[in-house]
Design a protein. Structure first.
Length: 175
């Protein structure tokens, strides 16, 4: 599959909101590994925030949007509670948020392509590491990150216990 990864645009917001909703519907019909909830996360506002910050990226193929990721230099506060492989300032760390793949494009390499893109972007910006968090029971994502060279650093609470999401694993990939 040939993918084009590019910055998100205002014209992508409706399609991204639909991608998030369709993905959440699919997760509810099958296994909701990430613990996401339609209308809560991910939702249109997450894409709009990424767009406003200039941190939203989309992957598209000939049929349309296949996936998306938000790449920021701002970690969650809980990230400061663990010892990372490399002690880097926030400006030298690229944090991945809201990595989502259209459910019809799953198992076609879209997520790995977005991870590869994040590494290329991070290196180009002078980042020393990629970091992310993943719900501890999200086995498919954990396999994906580990297969793509991320190392598990620790486990933290992100304050989402009210949604049944108690612990998140933190991962890092040195660039």
């Amino acid at each position: 599959m040939k993918l084009n990864i590019r910055p998100g645009t205002p014209g992508d917001l409706d399609a991204l909101a639909q991608l998030y909703d369709d993905l959440n519907d699919h997760l509810q019909r099958t296994v909701n590994w990430p613990g996401w909830a339609k209308g809560i996360y991910p939702a249109r506002q997450d894409a709009a925030d990424g767009l406003a910050e200039g941190t939203l990226w989309v992957a598209e193929d000939a049929a349309g949007l296949a996936g998306t990721v938000i790449l920021r230099h701002t970690p969650q506060p809980a990230y400061r509670t663990v010892q990372w492989q490399a002690p880097l300032e926030d400006a030298r760390v690229l944090v991945l948020y809201t990595l989502a793949v259209d459910w019809l494009h799953q198992d076609q390499g879209v997520a790995s392509a977005l991870l590869d893109f994040a590494a290329l972007r991070g290196r180009a910006e002078g980042s020393g590491a990629l970091r992310l968090d993943v719900y501890e029971k999200n086995a498919p994502a954990i396999r994906l990150y580990e297969a793509n060279g991320f190392a598990r650093i620790g486990a933290v609470s992100l304050g989402l216990e009210q949604y049944g999401l108690d612990r998140f694993y933190l991962y890092e990939k040195l660039l």
